[in-house]
Design a binder for this molecule. Sequence first.
Ligand code: SIN
Ligand code: NI
Length: 264
Amino acid sequence: MSATSTAPLLSPTVPALRSLPAELVASYRERGFCKIEGLLTPEQCARFRAESLRLTSDVGKLNGSAGYQRVLTQRVNIWRDSTIMAELTLHPQLCAWATQLAGMPLRLWHDHALIKQPMNGAATEFHQDQPYWPHRDSPQPISAWIALQDVPVERGCMSFIPGTHHLTDLRSSDLADPTGLVSLRPELAWAERVTLPLRAGDLTFHHGRTAHMANANATDQHRVAHTVIFIPRTTRFSGGGHVCTNGIGFKPGEIIAGELFPEV
Ligand code: SIN
Ligand code: NI
């Protein structure tokens, strides 16, 4: 290469990042969720799925009530324990899409491996996520939910109630209790629900207040999903308890920041 030639901005092996169409972003802002196809290839899914299953094989003994364990086998902050899973959680395209949908700079809050065991017999019931978190000044939290194998309705795909991200005053509800969210807002029993089966490598994004649930896994294979939760960089610690902030020593009102919560 001559001294005067211009080097390419990206190496040819790094695919350029794709922007989302304006209509999809507008729909996300109005309805509080969206679906995007083709983040990962089948080969990438197989690699991440194997790693996720490897790292969750003993999780049942580690955390959660018996009822909760029937709903989900999960491992929080799996990216910190596996460079392979960190590749997925901090995937540049994923982070770019989340930032575009939120419309503001973000940082990682945490990730989870979310496994439903074969024939688990328990749905993840409707809930909002944000009431579980010790946050304030966090207007646009956004979660990606990535299917690491095909997730049809009967394997436990997600459903959403459009517009519920505008409900700012709800308490947390028990995601093992089918009446939990509806007992807080009875009219939601009659609201439209949108169910989104995903092919391996597809994902949904939802706002941290969008009500969502996932069906039970009625198949003989694990449902392996990976969720990545981003929060605005303005987010402050409320003082509440949470597994991701307990023991760190944040003071109420302090911005949640640091190497455990990287900017994306
Ligand atoms: C699930 O994967 O079953 C539920 C995910 C969520 O609550 O975000
Ligand atoms: Ni949730």
